[in-house]
Design a protein around this ligand. Structure first.
Ligand SMILES: [Zn+2]
Length: 235
């Protein structure tokens, strides 16, 4: 509960509310409680091997409770497969040891305009329903004297996407990391994504997508913003 103090107020009876709403309201409205992913203090006390083992045990139990026959050849390997996928792939960005190591280079070309990496494939998962969020991320920065390899921008997006996420937090986490890494406030992130928890359940809307943006420094200026949008949205 360490990072959840931003919007959650604990009532005297120990029940937490969010401006009068409860946890179900928070999930269905996709509200995030803080910019940091809420993690336990001992999040990495357990080895990855032990995590996979325990997740597979629990996932087998969920399947069993749902009435699925785990002795069937098609289902037998699913708990281990899901556990491996959670720890090594789709939630690997929870562990700082998997953070991409980024080398900075001097801006030898003296390039002083914005650099935009657009249409970065984005695959994440909603932390309220554990269902996919998928779409595009666009990131941009203006060099303060240092530049990074283009593929590293994709890797930073992927790292933060490989967590249970809320799109607003994902956007801000990428923006903050780029500002820190590139030592400049002149950073922008735009994410346009679809949420399966909106399309496949709940409101069951198949046509909407969600757009979020992070603008730092010069990207708050109207001219820079519209220049950025031109690059991203012109075909
Ligand atoms: Zn959701």
């Amino acid at each position: 509960m360490k990072h959840q103090e931003t919007l959650l107020n604990t009532q005297p009876n120990g029940k937490s509310t969010l401006n009068g709403f409860d946890y179900n309201d928070i999930g269905d409205n996709h509200i995030s409680t803080s910019i940091d992913t809420p993690m336990k203090d001992d999040a990495f006390a357990m080895s990855d091997e032990e995590k996979k083992y325990r997740i597979s045990e629990h996932f087998a139990e969920i399947m069993d409770i749902l009435g699925l026959d785990l002795t069937d050849d098609s289902l037998r390997g699913t708990p281990e497969r899901v556990a491996k996928m959670y720890v090594e792939e789709i939630f690997s960005g929870l562990n700082p040891k998997n953070k991409p190591r980024i080398a900075l280079f001097d801006n030898k070309y003296k390039y002083d305009q914005m650099l935009v990496e657009k249409n970065i494939t984005l695959n994440s998962n909603c932390e309220h329903h554990f269902l996919p969020i998928y779409g595009m991320a666009h990131v941009a920065y203006i060099s303060s004297g240092k530049v990074i390899g283009l593929s590293k921008l994709n890797r930073i997006v992927q790292y933060f996407a490989k967590r249970p996420q809320v799109q607003e937090r994902l956007t801000n986490q990428i923006g903050n990391e780029l500002m820190k890494m590139l030592d400049t406030k002149d950073v922008a992130v735009i994410i346009d994504a679809r949420h399966m928890c909106v399309s496949a359940r709940g409101i069951e809307d198949n046509s909407s997508s969600t757009v979020t943006a992070f603008y730092g420094g010069k990207f708050n200026e109207a001219d820079r913003k519209s220049e950025l949008h031109t690059y991203i949205y012109s075909k």
